[in-house]
Design a protein around this ligand. Structure first.
Ligand code: NAP
Length: 468
């Protein structure tokens, strides 16, 4: 894929970039090793001060960076501002808590002293997606830098300006020795990097095929990887739920980021007693959404990031309708130019139709009816993914059954699934492995080092003297 910024609302090419040569990459790798020595030697308060400066820069220029995000990948400007502010939040979170998260843990044994410490491991390669061009990167970069590591970013080919902006922010904040470098490279240039001994680990956020490829490349060289992959999250609504709230949040959860979020609610699993009422309100609310210019504050749904995404949605929806699904609204492209797709709702979806279990990366909702909680849990788990789940009920016992029964990395009750710097984030099954954020996230790329200091041995010379 060419490395280029193309405005998804207009189709206009804003900038194109040549991929780095092998010599350029070599130079950046070398710089990264030197920067690792510098960042590793910094104290936690020193690293924290740099992250706080990055947070201030993000807050101060939130609207400028948001404009880059919106023109490059089409998210609405209000969502883009919120994303940049969330990046400031994650920098502040790790500046404030990173040292405590990595504090040595004493463990009582028969040693004089025994504990676990968390040492940095070196340069980590981050392969990142376009859907949250700043957030996905900062939620990796802030803990990595705080732990004493350094990062090399291979961003998605359609967000090069965001990638360069992130490098600039961290450099300006004081990580100015190459602690965080952007590599404008193609996905074909990733494998040789994974082969390079100087790269100590890899993290990928993106699709399952890309994740499998990067994890396999890392494993061949005995390197750790963290994978944050796709999802087809269930949104379960039971009769005791507050229906107004469930519908309102369900819409937000489906169209977050124009529908292009791994943790967007994609399959709405509704108890049959309230299914008609839910469907009626949900379809009306999807119909009322404003689709259009993402720079307009009043827009609810902007364009899809790339023409291919609209093609994929169209194929999934058309194939589902051909297989027998009922189209309740949408199901078509909108506007003369730009990658716009109408908010769409499907019902009566057969098991073999794409909308039954696949990830739909756009504003397409699949509705299902179930008889009881057991059937809801079975259906919630009937996908290869296991990222998040949202469950709506006011019965605590029922909520517990869903929390235990749904096979996913996170379950939210009476709320939409969202990432939070304080809580770990990640998936099971084809949604990946490893965790980001919180205490678990910062420890992923550390050497969990066991230290054992034996009790002082009796000194031989003293014993000998006593015997004489
Ligand atoms: P993608 O095609 O997998 O791309 C993600 C990144 O991987 C890009 O930088 C891409 O580079 C690179 N890449 C692709 N194939 C590769 C390969 N064989 N080897 C090395 N690198 C490779 O995914 P996407 O379409 O950008 O993102 C959408 C997917 O990401 C969805 O499935 C979504 O659910 C998932 N996602 C998951 C999370 C999470 O936290 N779990 C968060 C956000 C998104 P190029 O752009 O150059 O191809």
């Amino acid at each position: 894929m060419a490395i280029a910024s193309v405005n998804p609302a207009t189709g206009e090419t804003i900038a194109t970039f040549e991929p780095l040569s092998n010599a350029d990459i070599e130079q950046k790798l070398q710089k990264s090793i030197e920067a690792y020595a510098i960042n590793r030697a910094r104290s936690f308060p020193e690293r924290a001060a740099l992250l706080l400066r990055a947070a201030d820069l993000l807050d101060r220029r939130a609207h400028d960076y948001a404009t880059t995000l919106t023109t490059e990948m089409g998210k609405t400007i209000k969502a883009a501002v919120a994303e940049v502010q969330k990046c400031a939040m994650v920098c502040r979170h790790y500046a404030q808590h990173g040292e405590a998260y990595l504090a040595p843990e004493r463990i009582a044994t028969d040693a004089r002293e025994s504990y676990v410490r968390f040492d940095p491991i070196g340069p980590v390669l981050a392969v990142m997606p376009w859907n949250f061009p700043f957030w996905q990167v900062f939620r990796f970069a802030a803990p990595a830098l705080m732990a004493g590591n350094v990062g090399l970013l291979k961003h998605a080919s359609n967000v090069p300006q965001s990638a360069l902006a992130i490098e600039d922010i961290l450099r300006e904040a004081g990580f100015d020795a190459g602690e965080f470098q952007t590599l404008l490279i193609t996905s074909e240039q990733v494998a040789p990097l994974l082969d390079d001994e100087r790269i100590r680990a890899a993290t990928l956020t993106g699709s399952a095929p890309a994740g499998a490829s990067v994890a396999a490349g890392a494993a061949k060289r005995i390197k750790k990887s963290v994978l944050e992959l796709g999802g087809s999250d269930p949104f379960v609504v039971m009769p005791s739920a507050n229906l107004d709230e469930a519908v309102k949040t369900g819409i937000r959860a489906r169209i977050v980021n124009n529908g292009q979020s791994c943790i967007a609610a994609k399959r709405f699993i509704v108890h049959e007693d309230i299914a008609d009422a839910f469907e009626h309100r949900f379809v009306a609310a999807m119909n009322a959404l404003r689709v259009g210019d993402p720079m307009d504050e009043a827009t609810d749904v902007g364009p899809m990031a790339m023409p291919q995404i609209v093609n994929d949605l169209e194929k999934q929806v058309d194939a589902s309708v051909s297989a027998g699904a009922t189209l309740l609204t949408g199901g078509k492209r909108l506007h003369d130019r730009g990658n716009f797709y109408a908010p769409t709702v499907l019902r009566d979806i057969p098991r073999d139709a794409p909308a039954y279990a696949e990830e739909t990366f756009g504003p397409v909702a699949s509705l299902f009816r179930v008889r009881d909680a057991d059937e809801a849990i079975r259906l919630a788990n009937a996908t290869p993914f296991g990222l998040g789940a949202s469950v709506w009920t006011s019965d605590d016992g029922e909520a517990e059954r869903f929390i235990a029964g749904i096979d996913s990395g996170q379950v939210f009750v009476n709320a939409m699934v969202a990432s939070d710097p304080r809580m770990p984030f990640g998936g099971t099954k084809h949604s990946g492995f490893g965790r980001e954020l919180g205490v678990y996230g910062i420890r992923e790329f550390t050497n969990i080092k066991t230290v054992w200091i034996a009790k002082n041995p009796a000194r031989n010379d003293v014993k000998r003297e006593a015997a004489e």
